[in-house]
Design a protein around this ligand. Sequence first.
Ligand code: ADP
Ligand code: MG
Length: 196
Amino acid sequence: MFIAFEGLDGSGSSTQSRLLAEKLKKNGHAALLTKEPTGDNPIGKLIREVLQHKWEASPEGLQLLFCADRAEHLKNEIEPALKNDQVVITDRYLFSTIAYGALAVNDIKWLENLNQHFLLPDITFLFKLDPKICIERIQGRGSEFELFEKQEKLEKIWENYEKIASDYSNFHIIDATKSIEEIAEGIWSVVEDNLT
Ligand code: ADP
Ligand code: MG
């Protein structure tokens, strides 16, 4: 089973991806917790350097790097683990490229086309939370203007996510205002139903 966690920064998706991996292992299921951008392949490293402003990539170049990273991730980690009957949990996947990348390149179709041959998850959990609360949770304290700009950006990204959730199958929208424990229980009940 292949499970993706998606949502705005600060919505709590990484927390829940970790909890789900722990819960699976506790219940005797082999699980691989992984993430995008990846940590240990050279393309993932390049992406992090761009995000840390160590060098500047063109917007299209950066999106292509995310896709190249994904191709390696699938071939080297995700697909072998699935073949071994592991449950694979990825913290962010191609929907992040589409939802976030569309702001940078202004062409959501181009991004969807780039990603159309990648394996789709069996389940995607999409975390829904007001961008204002996302910013509070990550405690981005900048100037009023920076915060406003950040909030506007996150609102646009959320609109993209909502469109994606209606265009693709097997999305579960998570009410991310709930407590960490409540959310974990909801996720577990969905996953448990899908375990053979
Ligand atoms: P994301 O990966 O979506 O950016 P994280 O899981 O890293 O989000 O969580 C961002 C912050 O919000 C962390 O400080 C985390 O402890 C906190 N957090 C996560 N889930 C919840 C929740 N359900 N309620 C309140 N705070 C949360
Ligand atoms: Mg995260």
